[in-house]
Structure formats: C-alpha cells, structure tokens
Design a protein around this ligand. Structure first.
Ligand code: SF4
Length: 693
C-alpha cells in the first residue's frame, strides 16, 4: 500500500465539528497515525478518542476488501469480482424499475458522505434511475432545525456565525446538546465563554457532563422544551425585556407569536415541564442581562414530532430579545454528522437539488437540468422522507441502493425497519464493513474510507473543508464515485459521473451557482489556502460568509419571521401500561450506529455496550439493581441492557445510548411519529415500561 512521505492535512471522519488532523504514514507505509494539526482554528489540535483512533478502521481485520454477492446456491454472501457485483447491482435496480416503474427503486444516502458523493448520489437517482425515492439518514439528524431555520430566516445553515464567536457573547443557552460526549473539543468554547465572564444555561433532562459546567441547569421532562421556550418568552414580555426596536425593524409576525407565548404563563409551564418558576425567572435574567446572547440547539429539541415548532420557539426567544442578526448573537444548530450540513445541501434529500435549491421550484429544476444536460421535465418530483422511504420497502419500493448508512441500528422502530429491509426484492449496500444492514444485502460493495480518497465536507459552521487522500485504498476496494460511475455506465449513462472528486466538485460549483448554498466561488485551492471557506461564496473574489444575517435575513422582505407556535404533547405520553419516558442519545466513545467505532478496540474498551440510565427512586420502585439486566418495553418492542443507577437523570425518565444492535438496540423502542414539516422521527421521547429482565 502506497503512502506519501510527508503528513497529509485532513479532517476527522466522524462528527460535524470536522476537527483538523494530520495523517503521517507509519514506517512501512501500511497505515497512518494521527498527529496534532494545531493550525486548524476549529479544534486547534484537540481531538476526541474517536478522531485519535480513526485509522484503526482502515486496517481493521473485519474491513471489507472485496465485493460480496449472495448466491442462489448457498443463500450466503460469497466473494465476487467487481464486474460481477456491479453487473448484479445494475441488473437488480434496472429489473425492478422495468417491472414496477422507476419509483419502485429507492436510494438511501448518509450524512457522512462527502459533498461530491452526496451530489453524485442525488444526480444518479434522478438522472440514471429517474426515481424520486431518495433520502438520507441526515433526515434523522437536524432536519427540524433546518426547517425552522428556513421558516424564520429564509436560509438554513447550522451556525450563522463561526464557533470563535461563542466565547465573546454574553450568555449561551444550550438546548438538548451534550458536547462533552458528542464533540468534546467544542467544550473549549464554552469554557472560554465562562472565563470571559459569560454565562452558560444548559437545558437537558439529564445532568450531563456538559450540564455540570452550567451556571444554570434546567431539566425539563422530555418532549416539553417547546413549552419551556414559550414560558421563557412569556416572562420576557411580562418583565418588559423585549427589544421593540429590533422587533419593529427586522421581524414580522410578532403579534401572533406574542399571543401564543402569553397563553403559556409560568405556573402552567412549570406543570408541563417540571421546571420550577424561580428557575425560569433565573434563566430569563441570565439570558437578558448581557447585550449579546445565543441559543444553540441539538438533537434534544429537534428529534421530536414537533421539532420544527420547538426550534421555532427558541428562535422566537432570540428574535423577541433582539438576539439574532447582530454580532455575537443568534440562534444556531449544532449539526451532528460529519457532513450533515453539506449532505443536505447538494441533492440527496428527497425535496432538494444541489445548492440547497428546491426540487419543486421550476427555476431550480431548469438550472440544475441545464448543468446535467437533461430535460427539466425528466427530473422526478420530491419523494418520501427517510422513515417513510424505509417504511415503504417491500411494498411500494422494491429495490434499494444504500450508501453510507446503517438503518437497521439507527432508524426508529428498528425491528420494523429491519423487517422492511429484509422484504425488498433487491438490496445493494456500499460500506466499509459488513454492517448489520450490509449483512442483509444481495450485493455488498466495499468502498474506500476517508483517508483513502479526496473530497469536501461542510462543517457545522458552514465552513467548506477539504479532506486529502493520504493512503491508496486496498486493491479490492473502490471509491463511492467509482461505484456510481460503474453503475451509471451499466444503466446506459456513459457521461456525467466522473470518478475524480475535483471534477465532481467543479460541476457542483456550477450547479450551486445562484442557489441559497452557493459554492461557485469555492475551489480546492482556496479551501487549502484559507483553512476552509464559508458559503455562500458566489465568486472567486468573494471572501465567503462567516456571519449571516447581519444586514438582512434571507427572506423576501429581509425580515425574520416569528412562528406562532404553541405547546403540544409528544406523540406518546406515559400511561398506566407505559408509565416511564425513554430518551436516547450518544456516548463519547461510540459514533452513531457504531458501524465504524465498534470495530476499534480502544473505543470498545471504553464503551463496550448499551446500558439503561435510571434514577435511584425509580430503580428502587421496580427492583432494579446496578449492573443487572433491565428490560425496557415500548409499544414497538423490547430491549435489554444493564442498569446504570444515577441521580443525574429525572426520576420519570430512563436513557439509553443507541449505538448497538441486538437485544440492547435502543431504536427497537423509539417512536417513528414524524414532525409534520421536517418529517423528523420522535427519537427523543416515547413511553416505556421498565422491569428487571
Ligand atoms: Fe472527530 Fe468530532 Fe471527535 Fe473532532 S469531536 S475528533 S470531529 S469525532
């Protein structure tokens, strides 16, 4: 295996912080080691354990190094040549399309794919397969924040300001976010905030390691963050803390939003959320005292059947107090997946075209069709969202191409999703290891990993970054772009699917030109010279846009829009049969479905398996014993994992991390109730029964 002589500057393959790192070839050139990259401003050399150990997956003994095809003779996945495997995939997809129409073929992507891959996958679905049925697991990540962003500001970018602004603001409200576990290097920004005299409020049903650092921790009942935000806004109005000049000059819709908030008086909010009124008043005082403040949300408020409205309520709080569209103030979303941001900008989402254009917009269709050299009328309409697509497998969607995702572990109501996946006529999976989903496939395509291919990602700040290839992939492995090129050719599309990432990026630039996420002024050379470039960047002389909305919002009239939102219950509330709330999340040493991190010994030693976090009072009531197996049962199934008794969680709630398959699979339990706007499933709250197993 060839490696270059010197270290290659690149970025971590995991979360949306996209920490910079150097990869230096090991003696003999068989692998690389991670070295500090102190010049990259986002993490300034710091890495969490996942980033430090990422090269272990490159040389893992369970890594796929050749294609696998399921044979009729044995019913098992057997080694095959690339020609045989690609022929089988092309034939499986084409056969289904011929028999049942193009929309019987589905495509499911991932928030870890580079911009180039996400772009090529969206184009492949719409041009080569002519199917509308494409979505990706990023839908499960931040789609509610994206929808709320669009509604309020006319544009969705995770953070409208760089991370470096956080230590210089006066107060940060962190809602449903636990960077101590999810992105530890980002904690430094909060530490510096406090060192500079700023205050930190954490909203989380658990007293997490992040919450322990807060000046004020509010622990609402899961699924009630919307009421909490409305209660805070009520107090802001009642205490005369609104910014009337900002509201009059830069917003619309205040009267309706104000009326909705006034219906949520503090005592009512205390009853709904469990947060005492004095704590609500304290939060308002901390948030309103300084001249600048931020609200940052993550999956807590977003992964709910009312996630869009919940985020909207927190945005309302920012707008009413003049904490948006001004320096060091604003609302932002801490995106989770490595390329969750870029993945949703370039066309693998059911309703979008590259450049964050809307598939339903005739002008957007004409522009992108022009770049692709096809008739705009040939582009399909928007398709199903991620869960709806998975739910339609085996009935309306009969074949699936899946790239960079493991929904058997990561989708809600996972046992049902696994059944649906098992029921398709044909399944092809491109992955680096035999994930739980790949193990069900008819064809498995082994693909290159992050260090073995070049491509761009867009981090949670909207900063477009370049990962450079540091290693040659093993001989039996191809890149995702090579896979799409090979499949497109077999489907009769000889041109338009290049294998060179930079060539794909150049086309992506043209496709995004003039769109909301305009990359046309960004090049590989600029990214390397400038430590990333913030979109929108409409031409080569444009400096990029680290800070959005300072002059105007991206709506037609330039004003931010209040959302007239009211509290409503989660899709499931506790009852006699299911009296406890379940919430799910991550631990620091595993990542998402664990497909990669469960293959790293050091990470497994730190986080070997699932657990159920339970309060001592609830544990005593049901007879739970520390370390003994506990069954958690919802309307969708049953999971079993050891009890972890702790007073850091509410007594009416249990918590499970979702990284593992098998009997401890948390997503066996979760509720696929969807947000009506974002189509986000309600991962964060459902009703369960808990009992010793
Ligand atoms: Fe990688 Fe995220 Fe850890 Fe940084 S914080 S090293 S990007 S997983």
């Amino acid at each position: 295996m060839h490696t270059p002589d010197s270290a290659t500057a690149t970025h971590c393959p995991y979360c949306a912080l996209q920490c910079g790192m150097n990869l230096r070839p090991e003696p003999g050139g068989a692998s690389v080691v991670v070295e500090e990259r102190a010049d990259f401003p986002v993490n300034r050399g710091a890495l969490c354990g996942k980033g430090r150990t990422a090269p272990a997956v490159l040389s893992s003994r369970v890594r796929l190094t050749g294609p696998l095809v399921r044979t009729h003779a044995t019913g098992r996945l057997e080694p095959a040549t690339w020609e045989e495997a690609l022929d089988a995939v092309a034939e499986g997809l084409a056969r289904t399309g011929r028999a049942h129409g193009p929309d019987a073929v589905g495509v499911f992507g991932g928030g870890g794919l580079t911009n180039e891959k996400a772009y090529a996958l969206g184009k492949f679905a719409r041009v080569a397969l002519r199917t509308s049925q494409i979505d990706y697991n990023g839908r499960f990540c931040m789609s509610s924040a994206a929808a709320a962003h669009q509604r309020a500001f006319g544009l969705d970018r995770g953070l409208p300001f760089p991370l470096e602004d956080i230590p210089r603001t006066g107060c940060v409200v962190l809602v449903g976010s636990n960077p101590a576990e999810t992105m530890p290097p980002a904690l430094r920004y909060l530490t510096e905030l406090k060192a500079n005299g700023g205050t930190l409020i954490v909203v989380d049903p658990r007293r997490t390691r992040t919450a322990e650092q807060a000046d004020l921790h509010l622990a609402p009942r899961p699924g009630t963050d919307l009421a909490l935000a409305l209660g805070l806004l009520h107090l802001v109005v009642a205490e005369g803390r609104t910014d009337e000049e900002f509201i009059a000059g830069r917003t619309t819709g205040w009267a309706q939003a104000r009326a909705a908030a006034m219906a949520h008086w503090p005592e009512l909010v205390e009853r709904i959320t469990g947060v005492p009124v004095p704590r609500l008043r304290e939060a308002v005082a901390l948030f309103c005292a300084p001249s600048s403040a931020m609200v940052l949300t993550a999956r807590g408020p977003e992964q709910q059947s009312k996630g869009t409205d919940t985020v909207g309520a927190w945005i309302n709080l920012c707008l009413a107090t003049g904490r948006a569209g001004r320096p060091l103030s604003g609302y932002g979303c801490l995106t989770g997946q490595g390329n969750g941001q870029g993945g949703r900008e370039h066309g693998q989402k059911a309703d979008q075209l590259p450049g964050y254009r809307k598939l339903a917009d005739p002008a957007a269709r004409a522009h992108v069709a022009g770049v692709w050299g096809v008739d705009p009328a040939s582009l399909p309409a928007p398709g199903r969202s991620a869960y709806e697509l998975l739910d339609a497998l085996g009935t309306e969607v009969k074949a699936l191409l899946l790239m960079g995702s493991n929904p058997v572990v990561s989708a809600p109501r996972a046992a049902h999703v696994e059944d649906r996946i098992r029921s398709v006529d044909f399944l092809a999976v491109a992955d680096v290891v035999l994930s739980e989903t790949a193990a069900l496939a008819d064809v498995v395509l082994p693909v290159a990993q992050w260090a073995e291919e070049t491509g761009t990602t867009t981090n949670l700040e909207g900063r477009v970054l370049l990962r450079r290839r540091a290693l040659t992939p093993p001989p039996g492995v191809r890149t995702d772009l090579e896979v799409l090129h090979g499949l497109a050719g077999r489907l009769g599309i000889e041109k338009g699917f290049p294998t060179d990432p930079e060539e794909v990026f150049e086309e992506l630039r043209r496709a995004s030109a003039g769109g909301p996420a305009d990359y046309s002024g960004i090049s590989y050379a600029r990214i390397e010279a400038e430590q990333g470039v913030f979109w929108p960047c409409p031409d080569g002389s444009h400096a990029g846009t680290p800070r959005l909305f300072l002059d105007r919002f991206a709506t037609d009239d330039g004003r931010a829009r209040f959302a007239p939102v009211s509290h409503r219950d989660a899709a499931e509330v506790p009852d006699a049969e299911y009296p406890v709330l379940l919430t799910t999340g991550r631990v620091v040493s595993q990542y998402q479905s664990g497909a990669q991190t469960r293959r790293v010994d050091e990470l497994n030693a730190a986080a070997p398996g699932p657990f159920v976090e339970i309060h001592p009072r609830l544990a005593a009531r049901i007879g739970a014993v520390e370390g003994a197996p506990l069954a958690v049962v919802s309307r969708r199934g049953r999971a079993v994992a050891p009890a972890r008794i702790t007073d850091s969680i509410r007594a009416d709630t249990v918590f499970m991390p979702f990284h593992w398959p098998g009997e401890g699979r948390a997503n066996t339990l979760t509720n696929p109730a969807l947000d009506p706007v974002s189509r986000m499933p309600e991962f964060k709250v459902c009703a369960v029964r808990v009992e010793p197993a």
